[in-house]
Write a new protein. Structure first.
Length: 183
DNA sequence: TGCACGATGAAC
DNA sequence: TTCATCGTGCAC
């Protein structure tokens, strides 16, 4: 299991999003190591992307998104769920990849398809906002054994308000995987 | 200081 | 299709 380096995240967001598929998200919590295999993601390209939080400019809530790559952007939504993103590209760009589905690998209780349930299963909340994913307690790693992936691309979920950006195929998932939220 | 609404999920 | 539930951002 090889932790992903900073240089992995400091690249084009669509490339990072596609390459995150099949990677392992690891979180040590309550003395337990939880691991989920990333099977569904969405790319949010930056300030010009009307579906991205960063399109409104820097605010206290989204400032992590404008920070350096390789950090977790975690926010609270609908009064009851958390969503986790991975910050990409150079500092100031405001791009990130939303994690939407995990396949259980180790100590992953309950359902983990969909951004809200994923965070619940992995015990991810706002305390992890801004967390550097190069630390040892919360990171993403390339699994020892990998297999060829069949990647499907579709429009993103829940961003119909974003005009032509809503039609862009910036959602990626593993074909046929049962842990994808909306196949 | 008030209020509309959301990168959701579950029930009906 | 509706609802639970509350932080955020912006209007006033």
């Amino acid at each position: 299991m090889q932790k992903l380096p900073r240089s992995f995240y400091d690249r084009d967001t669509v490339v990072v999003a596609r390459e995150l598929l099949g990677m392992h998200l690891v979180h040590w919590t309550d003395g337990v190591r939880r691991i989920g295999r990333i099977v569904e993601v969405e790319a949010y390209l930056g300030a010009q992307d009307l579906a991205a939080h960063s399109s409104k400019g820097v605010t206290p809530r989204n400032r992590v998104m404008f920070g350096p790559p390789g950090h977790a952007y975690v926010y609270f939504i609908y009064g009851m769920y958390h969503c986790m993103n991975v910050v990409t590209e150079r500092e100031g760009h405001g791009a990130a990849v939303l994690l939407r589905g995990l396949e259980p690998v180790e100590n992953l209780p309950g359902r983990s398809c969909g951004p809200g349930l994923l965070c619940r299963a992995m015990n991810i909340d706002r305390r992890l906002n801004g967390h550097d994913l190069l630390n040892d307690d919360f990171f993403i790693a390339k699994p020892d054994r990998t297999e060829p992936l069949r990647i499907v691309k579709r429009p993103r979920i829940g961003v119909d308000y974003a005009k032509h950006w809503a039609k862009r195929q910036l959602r990626f998932y593993l074909k046929g995987n049962p842990f994808v939220s909306k196949p």
